[in-house]
Design a protein around this ligand. Structure first.
Ligand SMILES: Cc1cc2nc3c(=O)[nH]c(=O)nc-3n(C[C@H](O)[C@H](O)[C@H](O)COP(=O)(O)OP(=O)(O)OC[C@H]3O[C@@H](n4cnc5c(N)ncnc54)[C@H](O)[C@@H]3O)c2cc1C
Length: 410
């Protein structure tokens, strides 16, 4: 099979750039064009809600690749170009301005965008996803001392922590009794809730925001508590952190298999010839879990993008089977998470204690280890990652932690 001549990558962030680099690493010598809707090429998105918002790090976003890198690798980047339609018969992507981009091979890496909240007056409230969002939020919080964050997922928790570090009064509305406990387990979710409260975040659990009136400087949120009693809450600035939706509208009617993401096999191939996908937008088959998964984490996007690029360049079908990983930073503490915890998993504290700065918790059931979450423990963590990657048994994981089965069950 000859080398594909012309690869078009739609999306120029973590996954798209990694796919382009993977193509060159795998020996692809043909054209590589990247289209990205944003005004700038990929940058370090995770820092937006952390150091860039708290003001504790560099003031500006860090580009993922230098201009020199694009030149050295001969990557043609078109910023501010949004793909509007895919015509797989003609092998063309049509941009919103009508310009057509032909391809021999297409990589879809358009990621996800944030869901939004709209006020009674029709104002779409700010969310944190892009460098432009950061600029809007910085302006808004500069003009207001009391900030409200709606949604206690990771982005909401990080934004609340960073604004608190900035000295703002922060109220955080979360729908669940504990933030993110379905992912990190109730023990660590409780620690994160308590840390937020200890640092002065007014975290209101089991609340449902039902509407928002007013305007910047004078919003009034309406919400119900766990008993269904209605309340109001005034706030100068409201930020939404209520989940994401995949950027796949432009692919409707293309014949691509879409299901809350672009469905791919383990190698990253879609159901259309020469069309691949990677990163947050992909809904891909994971051999370790024997099912389709959506993973919205940075390292996943980078690693999967590279594997897709290598597969295209080499004409291979290597499966991407890496255990999902993410980290999060709040109040100067770094949490790491590998794997996928499932409902009903038992948890075992494998390292440290919950009162320590550092600890590691394992989750598992049915004789298997499913996930680990840790605060700190960077070096120890690697051993657990390997156990997850090779599908280790629960007893093996306990033995690795130096725990006898009897003690774990006690
Ligand atoms: C504030 C924030 C903090 C985060 N923190 C962490 C963290 O601590 N740890 C972690 O593991 N993960 C974190 N993440 C998640 C991580 O950033 C994502 O998993 C990662 O960015 C996914 O990369 P991607 O390339 O798949 O998609 P994206 O980064 O979303 O990039 C997709 C790109 O495609 C462009 N695009 C979309 N539609 C089109 C179109 N039609 N035409 C052209 N271009 C298009 C978009 O504008 C965007 O530039 C965070 C995310 C956010 C928003």
């Amino acid at each position: 099979m000859g080398q594909p001549k012309n690869v078009l990558v739609v999306g120029g962030s973590a996954a798209g750039l990694a796919a382009a680099d993977g193509l060159r690493e795998g020996g692809h010598e043909g054209l590589i064009t990247l289209l990205t809707a944003e005004k700038q090429a990929g940058y370090d998105r995770p820092t937006l809600s952390k150091a860039l918002l708290s003001g504790t790090g560099e003031p500006e976003v860090r580009a993922l690749r230098s201009p020199q890198h694009f030149a050295d690798k001969d990557l043609r980047l078109r910023t501010g170009v949004s793909a509007a339609r895919l015509d797989p018969e003609r092998r063309v992507v049509v941009a919103d301005g009508g310009e057509e981009f032909p391809y021999d091979v297409l990589v879809i890496a358009t990621g996800v965008r944030n869901r939004t909240l709209t006020t009674d007056e029709g104002e779409v409230l700010p969310t944190m996803r892009t460098s432009e969002d950061l600029a809007v939020i910085r302006d808004r919080v500069a003009a207001s001392e009391a900030i409200t964050v709606v949604g206690a997922g990771f982005i909401g928790l990080e934004v609340a922590a960073s604004l608190r570090e900035r000295g703002k009064e922060v109220t955080l509305f979360g729908a669940h009794p504990l933030p993110m406990d379905h992912i990190i387990g109730p023990e660590v979710a409780g620690i994160i809730r308590d840390e937020h409260r200890r640092h002065g975040v007014d975290l209101r659990a089991e609340t449902f925001v039902t509407g928002i009136g007013g305007e910047a400087g004078g919003y009034v949120l309406r919400y119900t508590d766990r008993e269904g009693i209605e309340h109001t809450h005034p706030s100068g600035c409201v930020i939404a952190g209520i989940g994401v939706t995949p950027n796949i509208e432009w692919l409707e009617d293309s014949g691509l298999c879409l299901d809350g993401g672009v469905v791919t096999d383990a190698a990253g191939r879609t159901n259309l010839p020469e069309v691949w996908a990677a990163g947050d937008v992909a809904y891909y088959f994971h051999p370790l879990y024997d099912e389709l998964v959506r993973v919205h984490h940075w390292t996943n996007a980078v690693e999967q993008g590279r594997v897709v690029g290598l597969n295209i360049a080499r004409g291979t079908d290597t499966a991407f089977r890496t255990v999902p990983y993410f980290w999060t930073d709040m109040f100067g503490r770094k949490y790491h998470y590998y794997g996928r915890r499932r409902g009903g998993d038992e948890s075992v504290l494998a390292v440290g204690s919950y009162a320590d700065d550092e600890f590691l918790v394992m989750f598992g059931a049915g004789g298997k280890i499913h996930a680990v979450v840790s605060r700190g423990c960077g070096r120890v963590l690697r051993g657990y990652r390997k156990l997850l990657q090779c599908g280790a048994g629960w007893d093996e994981a306990l033995a690795h932690a130096g725990i006898t089965t009897a003690r774990a069950g006690a």
